[in-house]
Each structure stands twice: as structure tokens, then as C-alpha cells.
Ligand binder design. Structure first.
Ligand code: NAD
Ligand code: UDP
Length: 338
């Protein structure tokens, strides 16, 4: 298939591009590089031996985006591009609503205009907010608790309405749990700008000495060791989930929604232990107060994706930490600037 990948140089997009190229799909990437580096393109070529077509374009630039639809014909689109930092979205809600909603509307308008009807959309477990119980199934109600999560829920609603209005659209909404890990080559991985907000990249940067110690937010939760529980999923498992979703869209299902996680909850301390095992290092940490807005326990029920997509996460937390360590130790300061 010939595919348009928005945000394809970002963390999840780049890992998905590797799987797509390795499965002989043709890929056109659009990314404005607001949260990624052009070096990723060289790394993709190193891993796959193929160089994807790349356009540095902002989805907010409707004219330029349209040109990418005129230049190539697509069998489908995977839409990763968006701003994703929860805390920043609270500080800059208008930037988040504008980028994520307007960017998506431009994309959907172009898809409609040029008759591209298959879409895979990156949603997030944060659309569920504080779940009434765990594991979380796809039919739980949506209660996003911050502007970032709101943009995901709003886009989901837009997609639902589009699918009702036009039956030829096939849309897979994928609700990711906590993607971590890196490609086993160590050539691509997660490279957040500034001090990481998320646990895995923070631990990795402590391990390479960029940060002094980890603060564990809360050790008084009602969990196995008092620390909060999340469903961490290896980014390569997640990437493969997108290929399975594309295959599903070829069966004309209309709009479908899937949780992509492992179904297994891991505590912060368990993650730290696994990372210590992978790196052979001791990760210094202190306990700190709970982070406002954090959910104590969050993990997915993934049987729908297993049944309907024939997809299941295969990699363990030890695999995830080993791959993060390989990426971070080979690239202690992340991607170089070109
Ligand atoms: P990322 O920031 O690494 O990748 C997103 C890419 O989109 C970046 O390369 C960025 O430069 C690009 N981009 C942003 N706005 C753009 C615009 N207006 N025009 C063109 N390019 C633009 O993020 P990621 O972790 O790879 O996440 C990919 C998608 O998955 C995002 O939509 C994110 O919200 C969603 N998601 C991520 C996580 C996670 O923990 N990483 C969890 C759930 C959902
Ligand atoms: N966390 C932590 N220290 C950090 C970053 C995260 O203790 O420096 C905790 C956080 O409170 C949460 C878990 O690790 O319980 C996962 O956090 P992350 O931000 O990675 O994912 P999210 O909370 O968005 O699911």
C-alpha cells in the first residue's frame, strides 16, 4: 500500500514507518519537526535500507498539505501528528486545540477531497480519565481530564460523525496505553525535548547521568508496593498494531476502536527494578508527593484487538527496558542535530 504518515518522524511514527517499510509498504511522511529531528530520516534508512519520501509541512498549512495529496495517491493515512504533553496542554490550551483539531480537520478535508478513505488515528488511554474500574474496555465512557485528552476525545467524535455521514470511510481509532521502548537496533527511540515528563525516558536519562535522580510521585497508593500502576507497551508491538489495523480497514469495517496495551499493570518500582536489571546500574530515587491528576491504576483490556485484529503485544517489561537502555546508552543526548 501507498500510505501517508503524518508525524512520521516522531517517536511512535518512526517505529511504525520501520515496520511498514519492512512489510513492503510505500510511505510518504509529513512532519513539521516541531517535536522531532530530521536525523530520524537517516536512521530509518539505516534500519530499512529504504528512504521514505519526506515533506516538512505543517498540517495547519492547508495549501501545502493539499499539494501532498495532489503529488501522490494514497491507499490510506496514519495520523500521528499532534502535540502530546499533558502539562503543556494545561498551560497552552489554545495551541493544543488549534494544532490537534485544526490540523486533523485539514487532513480529513484533504482525504475527503482526494477520495482517500482509510484512516488510522492515534488516540490515547487518557480519553478515559479516571476509570470506574480496571481493566478498561473500549466501551467505557470518555472523561478526559486535560486539554490534550480533550483534543483526542473531540477528534474521536469528529471521526464518528464523519463515518456516519460518509459510509465509504474506514477509520481505526487506536487508544494507546503507555508506549515505551525502542527499536532493537538502538538507532531510533524516544527523545523528548527538555526534562522528560514521562517515567521511562526520565529513568533512562538518570541512567546515563543526564539527570541526578528519579522522583517517584506517590508511594501511598493502594497497589502492590504503593506506587502507581500503568500498562506499558513496547513501541514496536504498538507499531505492528497499526499494520494490523490497516489490514482490518481493507475489510470495510466502518469505524472501529481498539485499546492497544498489554493488559498487564506494572508499578513504578517494578519498572525501576527492570531498568536496573537491563542496565546493570542502580537508579537513585526518592519518594515525592503524588502528581496532581494522576490515576492510581490504569491498564487495558485488549481482547477486542486480539480477536478482531489478530494482534497481541508480545514484549515484556524487561524487553522494553533492555531496548530503552540500548537506545539511550548509544545516544546519551538523543538524536544529534544535522
Ligand atoms: P511525537 O511528538 O514524538 O510525534 C508527533 C510528531 O508530529 C512529531 O514528529 C511532530 O513534529 C509532529 N507534529 C506535531 N504537530 C504537527 C503539525 N501540526 N504538522 C505536522 N507535524 C506535526 O509523539 P508520539 O509519542 O510519537 O505520539 C504520536 C501520536 O500518538 C500523537 O498523536 C500522540 O498524541 C499519540 N499518543 C502518544 C502517546 C505517548 O505516550 N507517546 C500515548 C498516547 C497517544
Ligand atoms: N512518574 C514518576 N516520576 C516521574 C514520571 C512519572 O513517578 O518522573 C510516575 C507517574 O506519577 C505515573 C507513572 O510514573 O504514576 C507513569 O507516568 P507517565 O507520565 O510515564 O505516564 P502517564 O501518567 O501519563 O500514564
Amino acid at each position: 500500500m501507498q500510505l501517508l504518515i503524518t508525524g512520521g518522524l516522531g517517536y511512535i511514527g518512526s517505529h511504525t514507518v520501520v515496520e511498514l517499510l519492512n512489510n513492503n509498504h510505500e510511505v510518504v511522511i509529513v512532519d513539521n519537526l516541531i517535536n522531532s529531528k530530521i536525523t530520524v530520516l537517516d536512521r530509518l534508512q539505516k534500519i530499512t535500507g529504504k528512504k521514505p519520501v519526506f515533506y516538512q509541512i505543517d498540517l495547519l498549512d492547508k495549501t501545502k498539505l493539499d499539494e501532498v495529496f495532489v503529488k501522490h495517491q494514497y491507499d490510506g493515512v496514519i495520523h500521528f501528528a499532534g502535540l502530546k504533553a499533558v502539562g503543556e496542554s494545561v498551560q497552552k490550551p489554545l495551541a493544543y486545540y488549534h494544532n490537534n483539531l485544526t490540523g486533523t480537520l485539514h487532513l480529513l478535508q484533504a482525504m475527503q477531497k482526494y477520495s482517500v478513505k482509510n484512516l488510522v488515528f492515534s488516540s490515547s488511554a487518557c480519553v478515559y480519565g479516571l476509570p470506574a474500574s480496571v481493566p478498561i474496555t473500549e466501551n467505557f465512557s470518555l472523561h478526559p481530564e486535560n486539554p490534550y485528552g480533550q483534543t483526542k476525545a473531540m477528534i474521536e467524535q469528529i471521526l464518528q460523525d464523519l463515518a456516519v455521514s460518509n459510509k465509504s470511510f474506514n477509520i481505526a481509532i487506536l487508544r494507546y496505553f503507555n508506549p515505551i521502548g525502542a527499536h532493537t537496533s538502538g538507532l531510533i527511540g524516544e527523545d523528548p525535548q527538555g526534562i522528560p515528563n514521562n517515567l521511562a525516558p526520565f529513568v533512562a536519562q538518570v541512567a546515563v547521568g543526564r539527570l541526578a535522580k528519579l522522583s517517584i510521585f506517590g508511594n501511598d497508593y493502594e497497589t502492590v508496593d504503593g506506587t502507581a500502576i500503568r500498562d506499558y507497551i513496547h513501541v514496536v508491538d504498538l507499531a505492528i498494531g497499526h499494520i494490523k489495523a490497516l489490514e482490518k480497514l481493507n475489510q470495510n469495517p466502518g469505524l472501529v476502536v481498539y485499546n492497544l496495551g498489554t493488559g498487564k499493570g506494572i508499578s513504578v518500582l517494578e519498572m525501576v527494578k527492570s531498568f536496573e536489571k537491563a542496565s546493570g546500574l542502580t537508579i537513585p530515587y526518592v519518594f515525592a508527593p503524588r502528581r496532581p491528576g494522576d490515576v492510581p491504576v490504569n491498564y487495558a483490556e485488549c481482547s477486542k484487538a486480539e480477536k478482531e485484529l489478530n494482534w497481541k503485544a508480545t514484549k515484556s517489561i524487561d524487553d522494553m527496558c533492555a531496548d530503552i537502555w540500548r537506545w539511550q546508552s548509544q545516544n546519551p543526548n538523543g538524536y544529534p542535530d544535522k
